[in-house]
Design a protein around this ligand. Sequence first.
Ligand code: HEC
Length: 159
Amino acid sequence: MSVLKKSVLALTVSTSLVMATASLAQPASSEKHAVYATELRQSIFKLLGSNMGPLGAMAKGKIPLDAKVVEKNAVRINQLSLMIADYTRTDTTKFDVKTEALAKIWQEPEHFSKDIDKLTIASSKLIAAAKSTNESDIKKAIGGVGKTCGGCHDDFKEE
Ligand code: HEC
């Protein structure tokens, strides 16, 4: 078994623990709680966006590819992916918060967990590709991560 397959397997095992707790959605207890939970949730996604931005630009050839930066950001994206379940657990649908999150997140927790897992796995593949420093592998793996962002947005985020 390749090192990559092994590490993906190890990640799948560790993220299944995350998935087990992800289905325990908790309704926000007050408007203040809902606002704070929404801020935390959006913070995770903002950080994902900030780490993905340069990688997208590298994949498109808008800025030079730098395998070290790709690896650093891919590690961050991987770690952030493991925080999504915790920071999306509070169901804020009963309150009037400014959000693009769809109620489906709390109605279809298994599906949402699967979309999180896809990002965890794609980012671990990107870490491995960045270590290999093979330019076309890296670009392909960046595309793989981007697909999982877009996939979850199609399923769980307002346009
Ligand atoms: C498992 C689902 C899921 C994955 C995976 C995911 N997102 Fe999102 N993203 C969301 C949801 C839901 C929102 C809306 C959050 C809200 O408004 O409360 C969001 C919002 C965002 C936002 C707007 C944040 C803000 O409020 O300013 C950005 C930027 C973003 N995502 C980038 C990314 C990037 C980049 C990736 C991949 C590296 C990614 N997301 C992966 C579900 C996901």
